[in-house]
Design a protein around this ligand. Sequence first.
Ligand SMILES: Cc1cc2nc3c(=O)[nH]c(=O)nc-3n(C[C@H](O)[C@H](O)[C@H](O)COP(=O)(O)OP(=O)(O)OC[C@H]3O[C@@H](n4cnc5c(N)ncnc54)[C@H](O)[C@@H]3O)c2cc1C
Length: 438
Amino acid sequence: MRVLVLGAGVIGTTAAWYLAKAGHEVTVVDRQPGAGLETSFANGGQISVSQSEPWAAPGTPFKVLRWLAREDAPLLFRPKLSWHQFAWGLRFLFECLPSRFRFNIREMVNLGRYSRESLQELRREPGIEYDQLTKGILQFYTDARDFESAQIASEVLREYGIERVMKTVDEAIAIEPALESARDKLVGATYAQSDESGDATKFTQNLAALCEKAGVRFLYQTRIEAIEAGGSRVNGVRVQCEARKPETLTADAYVVALGSYSPLLLRPIGISIPVYPAKGYSVTLATGGFTGAPHVSLTDEGHKLVFSRLGERLRVAGTAELAGYDTELNMVRCAALVRRTKELFPSAADYAHPIYWTGLRPATPSNCPLIGRTSRYPNLFLNTGHGTLGWTESCGSGRALADIVSGKTPEVDFQFLGVAGHRPAAVLGAAPRFASRR
Ligand SMILES: Cc1cc2nc3c(=O)[nH]c(=O)nc-3n(C[C@H](O)[C@H](O)[C@H](O)COP(=O)(O)OP(=O)(O)OC[C@H]3O[C@@H](n4cnc5c(N)ncnc54)[C@H](O)[C@@H]3O)c2cc1C
């Protein structure tokens, strides 16, 4: 089958890889000059199955209200006159119900674990390098109440087969000695040994190179203007490449992997998906010549920040702002990242030359991505809405999507769109118009 993948982020590129492996003739289209240059560019680097708790949790609405007036809040909601934002917010509240919270954790653990195994297979065959570390993820706490809640979350995760073990301050420092400089702030930690970290951009670009060797065609610097649909089929995709006249690309099947921009191209053909951009920040610091940077990937629960060592760099990422498609750097939020890193690890890196970045996470209210076939157009597939865990879930999502396009049932238990044998959607989990979710 000829398959056109829209978007060359980590999600579109992994999908292209598995589609090509399944024997399809694959073309990938992206407006950037290479793969992985938007949200997949400078993320937190964590492959964090153990952190599958969604933002939408029973206590979150109160925290968000408390943070409303704080410019450096970890999760900042900037209300706008936007129906899309309002509807997303309502669904988010629904997903905070305890039953939905548990259900969403289960979904993400299943997909995350399958994805991590798929990534490990890719490392073995064909072999891929991306500054990966397999030292686990240590999540540390500076607030006693948060640490107590971590026990409950760890128990829920254990029910789903994820070992996130409670650690004392001494035990945490034994796992990551760089935390010694933050000893007086810590109250405890949890450790998930099977988690990993690595550079998502390097991975995406190296995988794109492997895809090309396997026959995948990448059309870069090509803007997708519209998806053209008629009756019950997608007939083509109108694109504009800088050097050429506008043209329509055609295929037998189309995969939308446009991250936060997916809803903008789907809405004109009558498909409404609950994906909203959640802006995040990162700072990358050079560690060459410095000794105090962590090697184990860390999560600072109180500040919702993650730290990953990527070769001779330390990547610090986090914060979320629900404020539409704004990609300007807010220097208050940038400075907060560096301030916190310096507080914890004073001699970790070259703080005088920070490299700041911001990206838009394609967030669904439940944190669960939308993967599968749309019911309105059977030749149109989605692989989008991966929010905070797109790097973690990329290989599993691409592999499952390739199975669905090929008419096979994916090997992982997850609520895919339009797949027979999988459980139906919960009431508000998906826009009713676009998929039967079976
Ligand atoms: C601060 C931050 C930290 C994060 N940390 C982690 C982490 O530690 N672990 C983790 O698992 N996840 C993390 N994430 C989430 C992860 O980065 C995302 O979920 C993932 O990158 C989404 O990938 P994507 O391919 O869907 O989107 P993208 O990477 O944005 O890819 C979409 C592609 O579509 C293209 N595109 C869009 N519109 C058009 C158009 N009209 N025409 C042509 N091309 C178009 C874009 O150029 C882009 O290349 C983090 C995100 C942020 C922002």
